[in-house]
Design a protein around this ligand. Structure first.
Ligand SMILES: [Zn+2]
Length: 881
């Protein structure tokens, strides 16, 4: 309940803790509604000048007893409320505090702290969930060594797990209960604590580290799902090996465990030695998982494993430093995927995602720096900016320093800060020291929000054989940051000659290291000499900086780059740039009652890519997909009509289907697989291209094309092909759609993860009847508002991925989502707040929708009982600055 305006937490107010906790001994007796937790904490003063009171965090806690150095603490010596335990005059010497609390995991619907996912007991402590288990100094710079004893009824929880290595286990004589004792020798903050109890199946394997240590690997899942863990286990072993090779990082405990649970607020959690996963990112079989699911599992397993060093061994000093572990670890998992699959395809996919989510966030009221300086609710800062832009910032350090110096800087970081809670400054300092560079301007990537806009004007001098680039930059204003300083932008570039080959790069007469210029001022010029001919400019190769680039470039030159650039990212980008220009002008035409036009040049360029058999199929598939609706809306910037955006994009895709029908049909056939399904990147790429062809052909609305999709749906021997066909059918209001949707439900009714696909698919149908469909699906027996995966599949997909129906002109989409959020908020505020962020682009909409969205936002904001989570999102979304 919100009784007063919550006070923000500010980076500037950081102080090191007054107290340390050296060891934590937990004794947890699991019970569905009355779990008791005895915590024995060894506490000592942290050298504070004046005696400080001991204030421990809590959240909805019930205190049963408290003892200090073995003696019960007198009632007048402490004050315990559900959210705080204060001992005003704690001894100014080391002492031991024993706290007993009692919890109700079954009714913990927030899924933070100790809760139950189905019948399994599990914990989620990041960011501030440990304080829902016991009173504690719940901040990441308090690192302690944990020993955890768990006991439970054997029938209810045969498996008892916690962080670290297993010390002891056995039956409790004379009872139906048993126990296990785990010890984690590595000091860790409370947010990395985990505990699991349940009846779970286990898949075991082993891994030999580079120094020859044998590690036991175990994945725990619901009994009966053990045969869906192979890919997760294989991904884990590949990730462990890759981290040894790429970063010299070896695993440290004797055992590494993953537990898959069905109810989880996030994707997965990197608790030391005991990762807890949303089962969506563990379970896969060809019959139930798409190629996208397989790739997601590989990436998330790797990401959480990589946290063992970047997050666990070296953690964050405070939550403002969240990007220190997340941005860095996303960078590491993207590099892993690039090495395991195709670097070009990975880079394009990552940038598409960055533009669709982070650029959109950066352009709206929820924009914030990679390292924020203020928050009301830290749960709302697990954002695209912290994760994805945070990864881009690390990638820019590597681009600026080169791979060797970057690796040396990482090595220094691991050596210097192992076992500590670090800051972004300390991280960047390692690279400054290794390279001898001044990184102070670079730090603005952490402090300034907004996507920098870089303008480039090229001037070729035929007589002097020189090329001058006049470059200017601005960083647009964002909330609380009206004025910005120039950024250091590493811009990788190439000068492409008429024969398609790169010309030499001589900047001021000297070869340019790694082909990267460094833009540092609001405006500056770069002079390239000995340029024998007027080149085509290939700028921001491999997307070396997360910027918006504008360059006066002719369509003919873009088509030339699409065909010849040696940088595959910029070949893809050239097509995207052509398509974006066409889409923007067609949206304007549709809005003013005109007809969208066609672009022969773009069609020809796409045709050439489609026929280029030297290209990877996955790359071609990505090239055939025009910019997303969210991306187009962001480029338009104001007075956006989502119906016009959708219509323009669909028209363009239909035109591709019509213009290249023959080639698409041939490609579809050529990409068909023989033999059993394999989830590897190459096979997945062939399926991606095949299914892109299927979808484009169906947009011609011929009976034959729809029939092809319907028959692929029925005959598919794997989920990727079946799901792709269903997606294609879902976009066409034909009898085949209803038939396939009914069939799909009948086939997979018992598999919640597959039924999530069925929910999501229906939620994104861009038709006016969809809202009623979604409304009635909330009453479907397979839907449950207690499970975040179901919510994300149905309501999340509708709000975030259905631009036309969420943004209905009559405002009914807004009201539906807001009402759902209000109902969910008291039970699970974290997921409710996430849904509410779908409103983040409301100011960019045309007037009528803007008014409807604002009315809905104000209606929500007026409610007094909002959680801090939802209140924070709504307040920032409505704020004027
Ligand atoms: Zn992470």
């Amino acid at each position: 309940m919100r009784t007063e305006e919550p006070r923000p937490v500010r980076l500037a107010d950081y102080r090191s803790p007054d107290w340390r906790i050296g060891t934590v001994e937990l004794d947890v007796a699991l019970h569905p509604t009355a779990t008791t937790v005895r915590a024995k904490l060894s506490i000592s003063p942290n050298g504070a000048a004046a005696p400080a009171p001991l204030v421990l965090d809590g959240d909805e806690l019930t205190l049963r007893s408290i003892r200090l150095d073995g003696e019960p603490l007198a009632a007048e010596s402490f004050v315990a409320t559900p959210d705080r335990l204060t001992i005003a005059q704690a001894p100014q010497r080391p002492f031991e505090l024993e706290i007993e609390t009692v919890l109700d995991p079954t009714n913990n619907t927030k899924l933070m702290g100790l809760y139950r996912a189905g019948s399994t007991y599990c914990t989620q402590c990041e960011a501030e969930g440990f304080r829902r288990i016991t009173y504690f100094l719940d901040r990441p710079d308090v690192m302690a060594v944990y020993t955890t004893r768990i006991e439970a009824d054997k029938a209810e929880a045969a498996v008892l797990l916690s962080n670290g290595n297993l010390l002891a286990h056995g039956d409790i004589p004379g009872t139906s209960r048993h126990y296990a004792v785990w010890h984690d020798p590595f000091p860790k903050p409370a947010y990395l604590f985990a505990l699991v109890g349940g009846n779970l199946g286990c898949v075991s394997d082993s891994f030999t580290t580079m120094s020859g240590r044998n590690i036991r690997l175990a994945i725990y899942v619901e009994p009966g799902k053990e045969d869906r863990c192979d890919y997760a286990m294989d991904s884990l072993k590949r990730a462990m090996r890759w981290d040894e090779v790429a970063f010299g990082r070896e695993y440290d405990l004797d055992i590494f465990m993953i537990v898959a649970v069905s109810a989880f607020n996030m994707g997965a959690m990197e608790n030391k030695g005991l990762n807890v996963f949303n089962d969506k990112y563990v379970l896969a079989s060809p019959a139930t998982a798409t190629d996208g699911d397989y790739a997601g599992i590989e990436a998330v397993i790797a990401h959480e494993y990589f946290h063992n060093w970047t997050g666990d061994r070296i953690t964050c000093r405070d939550w403002f430093q969240l990007c220190l572990k997340e941005g860095l670890t996303v960078f590491r998992d993207q590099e892993f995927t690039a090495d395991q699959r195709s670097r070009a395809v990975e880079r394009i996919s990552d940038v598409r995602e960055l533009r669709a989510s982070q650029f959109v966030e950066d352009a709206g009221p929820l924009a914030h720096p990679v390292r924020p300086t203020l928050y009301h609710e830290i749960n709302n800062f697990y954002t695209a900016t912290v994760y994805q832009k945070g990864a881009e910032v690390v990638r820019m350090i590597k681009t600026l320093l080169g791979p060797q110096a970057f690796r040396a800087g990482m090595d220094l970081y691991f050596t210097r800060h192992d076992g500590h809670a670090a800051t972004v400054e300390q991280f960047v300092q390692c690279f400054a020291e290794i390279s001898g560079r001044d990184m102070s301007q670079f730090m603005r990537w952490y402090s300034q929000a907004g996507t920098p806009e870089i303008k480039v004007a090229p001037h070729y001098d035929t007589a002097a054989r020189s090329l001058r680039l006049d470059i200017s930059q601005i960083v647009p204003p964002t909330p609380a940051q009206p004025n910005k300083e120039p950024m250091l932008v590493p811009l990788a570039l190439g000068l492409v000659g008429r024969n398609g080959e790169d010309l030499p790069l001589l900047l001021d007469g000297r070869p340019l290291p790694r082909g990267v210029i460094e833009v540092t001022r609001a405006s500056q010029s770069f002079l390239f000499s000995e340029v024998p001919e007027r080149p085509a400019l290939s700028l921001n190769r491999a997307f070396s900086a997360p910027i918006k680039l504008s360059l006066p470039i002719e369509a003919g030159e873009l088509r030339f780059l699409a065909a010849h650039d040696c940088d595959p990212f910029n070949r893809w980008q050239a097509i995207q740039t052509l398509a974006m220009a066409l889409l923007k002008s067609n949206v304007a035409a549709i809005c003013s009652g005109g007809e969208p036009r066609l672009d022969r040049g773009l069609m020809d360029a796409l045709g050439a890519i489609l026929k280029d058999t030297a290209l990877e199929p996955a790359f071609i598939a990505l090239t055939l997909s025009p910019p997303s609706e969210a991306d187009i809306a962001r480029e338009i910037g104001c007075d956006v009509d989502p119906d016009a955006v959708y219509a323009a994009r669909r028209k363009l895709r239909a035109a591709i289907g019509a213009r290249h029908g023959k080639t698409l049909t041939e490609t579809y056939t050529r990409m068909m697989a023989t033999g059993a399904y394999r989830p590897d990147a190459e096979s997945a790429g062939r399926r991606a291209l095949k299914n892109a062809c299927l979808d484009l052909l169906a947009l011609t609305e011929t009976d034959a094309a729809i029939a092809r999709a319907f028959s692929q749906y029925g005959e598919a021997d794997n989920m990727t092909d079946r799901m792709a066909a269903l997606e294609t059918l879902a976009a066409h209001n034909r009898p085949e759609r209803a038939a396939a949707l009914d069939d799909f439900y009948a086939r997979y009714a018992n598999d919640p993860l597959v039924i999530d696909k069925w929910f999501a698919l229906q939620a994104v149908i861009p038709e006016p009847t969809t809202l009623d469909r979604v409304r009635s699906l909330t009453r479907h027996p397979a839907f449950s508002a207690a499970n975040p995966n179901r919510i994300r599949a149905l309501i999340g997909a509708f709000a975030q991925a259905n631009q036309t129906q969420f943004n209905r002109r009559d405002g009914a989409g807004y009201d539906f989502v807001a009402d759902f959020v209000l109902e969910l908020d008291p039970k699970n505020p974290q997921v409710a707040a996430r849904l509410m962020s779908a409103f983040r682009s409301w100011r960019a909409l045309e007037a009528q929708r803007r008014a409807r969205a604002e009315a809905t936002l104000r209606r929500v904001a007026a409610i007094q009982s909002l959680s801090p989570d939802v209140h924070d999102i709504v307040a920032r979304t409505l704020a004027d600055n």
